[in-house]
Design a protein around this ligand. Structure first.
Ligand SMILES: [Fe+2]
Ligand SMILES: [Fe+2]
Length: 362
């Protein structure tokens, strides 16, 4: 037997039982290293779940806290007052609110996705590990958003709820691909970005609702924006922990994701008639300043600062280049966004009919 043959025999020789079990577990994953890294900070995830997610039950806010109480004797007066305020909301604000509500109502899609990030899954449905606890706790909070906005819109009587509900059903049926590719790192970059985007969007609708004269809606959207703000912090802190353990791996994924665009969760929305529903909704959101191309650039800028990419040390030469690419992006995006927004403002925004508001335009 040659030394080479001996070496190869050793390499394929049977391993101990523990080693074999470990190897099987590792080979289950597309990203074994990423799974190892996120498992390494499970105690932090537990802490975050307990600290950053609200308590459940009596201590948590619930949709009912912001809606007329239909069990009370004066429910009719409460409802009348509620609808009186809802009447002040302008159609374009209403359209953006409906689009945001449809997005929130597709929550089953997002929980499904969270469960595809390797190492973050909930294999039994009631698994008591850190990541599964986080994902269910997060979902339980998100569930309030669509619920509250749906009830607000139904009771307000301003929109065609049937068309809105059709859109929700279509969106859940169509699904959504954020490009996470089952990779937890990608998943956390995506959620860090997206939670901030929804916080900005709900916060701006709250501002508009106040301007329009609906204090109830302003409060509702502000409460939801508050939840998104906590979620944003949590996902960004998960990325901190990844960066501490695997800066090169993180930069690699982040740069690769930013070669394309971060896709919005409701891109595949349709009411069954309007093939450009999402684009039209996004245009109204841009026109009102609820969520714009500048916001996109600023979110990226915020994340780069939040994770202090500029001062990150100990990177490989390859990662160094990727980091430079990332750090140059916000300025480039801002320039492009300003140019396109100035052009749109000069030309004036087009109005579109929306089935959600019975064909009225926004
Ligand atoms: Fe939400
Ligand atoms: Fe959220």
């Amino acid at each position: 037997m040659t030394p080479k043959e001996l070496e190869s025999m050793k390499a394929t020789a049977p391993k101990s039982k523990e080693e074999v079990t470990k190897e099987i577990a590792r080979s289950r994953y597309l990203y074994p290293k990423h799974v190892e890294v996120i498992r390494d900070f499970e105690p932090f995830v537990d802490e975050t779940t307990d600290k950053m997610l609200l308590e459940t039950g009596e201590n948590a806010w619930q949709p009912q806290d912001y809606l007329p109480d239909m069990t009370r004797e004066d429910w009719a007066e409460q409802l009348k007052e509620f609808r009186g305020q809802a009447e002040c909301v302008q159609d374009d604000t209403l359209v953006v609110l409906i689009g945001d509500m449809v997005t929130e109502e597709a929550l089953p899609t997002y929980q499904t996705l969270l469960n595809t990030f390797e190492g973050c899954d909930d294999p039994n449905g009631d698994t008591q590990n850190s990541w599964a606890r986080w994902s269910r706790g997060w979902t339980s909070e998100e569930n309030r958003h669509g619920d509250l906005l749906n009830k607000y819109l139904y009771l307000g009587g301003r929109c065609d709820m049937r068309k809105v509900e059709e859109t929700i059903q279509h969106l859940i049926t169509s699904g959504f691909n954020p490009g996470a590719e089952q990779d937890p790192y990608r998943g956390f970059v995506y959620t860090s970005f997206q939670e901030r985007a929804t916080k900005i969007s709900h916060g701006n609708v709250a501002r508009l609702a106040k301007q329009n004269g609906d204090a109830n809606l302003a409060k509702i959207c502000a409460m939801i924006a508050g939840d998104e703000g906590r979620h944003e912090k949590a996902y960004q802190s998960f990325c901190d922990k990844v960066i501490e353990r695997d800066p090169d791996g993180f930069i690699d994924v982040f740069a690769d994701m930013m070669k394309g665009q971060i896709v919005m969760p409701a891109e595949l929305m349709t009411d069954g008639n309007d093939p450009k529903l999402y684009d039209n909704f996004a245009t109204v959101a841009q026109k009102l300043g609820v969520y714009t191309a500048i916001d996109y650039a600023e979110i990226l800028e915020f994340l780069l600062q939040r994770w202090d990419l500029e001062n990150m040390t100990g990177l490989s030469a390859e990662s160094d280049e990727k980091r430079d690419f990332l750090c140059r992006l916000p300025a480039r995006y801002k320039k492009l966004a300003t140019r396109s927004m100035n052009k749109a403002e000069k030309e004036g925004y087009e109005s579109f009919p929306f089935s959600w508001i019975k064909g009225r335009t926004a």
